[in-house]
Write a protein that binds this ligand. Sequence first.
Ligand SMILES: [Cu+2]
Length: 394
Amino acid sequence: MTEPIERENRHEGGVIAGTNDTTDRRTFISRASALTLAIPGIGAALVGCSPNGSGDDSARARKGDSSAAHPAAATPAATQGAPVGTHNSDSRLDSAVLHDRDHRATTGATANAQSATFHRIDPTLPPPVAGGRVQLHWHAREAAVRIGPDTVVNAWTFEGDVPGPVVHCRVGDTVEFTLTNDADIPHSMDFHAAQIDPKTAFRSVPKGQSVTFTFKPKFAGAFMYHCGTAPVLMHIGSGMYGAIIVSPREPLAVAKEFVLVQSEFYLADAVNGARAFDYQKMLSTMPDLVTFNGRPDQYVHEPIRVKAGDRVRFWIVDAGPTHPCHFHVVGEQFDTVYLGAPPGNSIRGVQTWSVPAGGGCCYELVCDIPGEFPFVNHGFGHGQKGSIGILRVE
Ligand SMILES: [Cu+2]
């Protein structure tokens, strides 16, 4: 399932790519190290937030990579390839790596910036693979990602893109997941759809090593996944997140289903055509861009199309790292919003409903008449920065 590593690169200064100069970087690194060392549990606290897990294959990546590729050695809640006791709450691992590196910003990713091509992210929810078992083997890697005609970012990614692939399964399916880290600094995976011991399953793995774990989603819903390596803000803010959609065992009403992952981008000025992520900006919480599926305004330029009379279901995940998404469709109303696991927990007749950072929500509407209906983050300071699109009803 691993797609070709078209844009992979080495990224030597990646870890502090967002900071503005050497001093800032050192300050950031020492603060991050101090934080994680002084408060050993904080990493785990930041990492956690999950529910748990029986069988059908599902999981497909966007862009046609069918996710199911490498059968992950099903090692329940396990840990492979790294020393026991190395987990997220001990970001000593990360810190050690940070201290040992020359943090000069620069990077192989930059070198590949010009060749990074733009592609629209297909928002269509892929079908769950039949069989009750999802097998995923993903790679964490650095990549130059073109998120707009003039903007290439040096991202940390799952599978080479931002966001990472969409996974779609059903309640009770078995998800067998392996992450192999191809990047120079440690990374990890935290699935919010899992209930599992985060200290082992969500632990960080250094370059060249892997972690494998298995879970069975207990609740339906739109769930975030992300790298949980400290500082989590930096890892999510640099591109390591995505959505796992868990459908209920009994199918919901027939609908055109779409997945939107809202996320913020905090960017430094371009160097050699590529922009690094800026950790100080992440801390200031004033994003340069707020996007649906990692590209500002992409569904304005190429709208989402449905037919009059279609039921439309939006699965929205807010990856943050910090701000909520106040989801609204101009000229429409949601006949149903599921606050928790569909098909329960529904409220009706909703104009706008917010998804918190790290959360997900399911929205439904029926488009009775043709037209162009903008869907927006109605927090317009952010909507105007790119979290807006058009639903074209034909
Ligand atoms: Cu990471």
